[in-house]
Design a protein around this ligand. Structure first.
Ligand SMILES: Cc1cc2nc3c(=O)[nH]c(=O)nc-3n(C[C@H](O)[C@H](O)[C@H](O)COP(=O)(O)OP(=O)(O)OC[C@H]3O[C@@H](n4cnc5c(N)ncnc54)[C@H](O)[C@@H]3O)c2cc1C
Length: 222
């Protein structure tokens, strides 16, 4: 589910950064408290400040999901370094699973708007197409930015009601190599729940990618 907030005037952030969000006087709370970190899924030029999250049955998310339009929240930040490198001679490779797409949505939208010259590959893994947040607009972005390619992969197509002609199975080195044959000294970016982030990081290191060229954001809390 995505939530859009009015951007406080003068408040700026870089595509890929996160912020802490605190619910003010929520109707219920639990041991985890009233604050969560969320990546800003919108790009800096977009009008609203958007976060997207996997809705689970926690007090925070029950309140977030049902609070009336216009409710104020407190935000702190921005923070985080999962921002695009400056050197456009190097390819950007984004690896996301599920909700880990949020920083890359922001970066990909920024790149299209600013016509950045970076070559970019976004590998995006989900169980089924209907579970994949922002899938359609991420695909549409290929038309806006010739330097960007989306490689979406589904791991449980048998459970889907939609047809799927794209990649299937987990993101692995074989899949990456097929698309990155001519990629110039790639920098890899990984985002998502800790298990997925650690797994992808391990895949890269085992395949002799230099640790210096891997940037990871773990969505702790999942
Ligand atoms: C830098 C950063 C960026 C982040 N960006 C995002 C983002 O863009 N989008 C996003 O969704 N999250 C993001 N997160 C994670 C986010 O802050 C929350 O931790 C996460 O959404 C879980 O919150 P919750 O209220 O569902 O669970 P919490 O109440 O925080 O859960 C606490 C623990 O309970 C367990 N738990 C609770 N409910 C369930 C359930 N239904 N099934 C299994 N286990 C459960 C989990 O083990 C969890 O560790 C980010 C975190 C960081 C640090």
């Amino acid at each position: 589910m995505a939530f859009r907030f009015e951007k406080p005037s003068g408040w700026t952030f870089k595509a890929g950064q996160a912020m802490d969000m605190t619910l003010l006087e929520p109707s219920e709370t639990d041991a985890e408290g009233n604050t969560r970190a969320f990546t800003i899924a919108s790009a800096p030029h977009e009008e609203s400040l958007m976060v997207a999250t996997r809705m689970r049955d926690t007090a925070f998310k029950r309140v977030l999901g049902t609070m009336p339009l216009g409710t104020a929240v407190k935000i702190e930040g921005p923070f985080g370094n999962l921002t695009l490198h400056n050197n456009a001679a190097r390819t950007a490779v984004f690896l996301a699973g599920g909700i880990g797409i949020t920083p890359f949505r922001s970066i990909v939208f920024r790149a299209a708007k600013e016509k950045l010259p970076h070559s970019m590959f976004l590998f995006f893994s989900n169980r089924r197409p209907e579970d994949a947040p922002f899938l359609e607009e991420l695909l549409t972005m290929e038309r806006e930015n010739p330097n960007y390619k989306l490689i979406a992969t589904m791991t449980e197509t048998a459970k889907s009601h939609r047809s799927w002609n794209g990649e299937t199975g987990l993101i692995n080195w074989e899949m990456l190599s097929r698309y990155l044959k001519n990629a110039a000294s790639p920098i890899y970016y990984i985002a998502g729940p800790p298990g997925l982030a650690k797994g992808l990081h391990e895949t890269l290191v085992k395949s002799s990618v230099d640790d210096d060229d891997i940037r990871t954001e773990e969505f702790s809390g999942y």
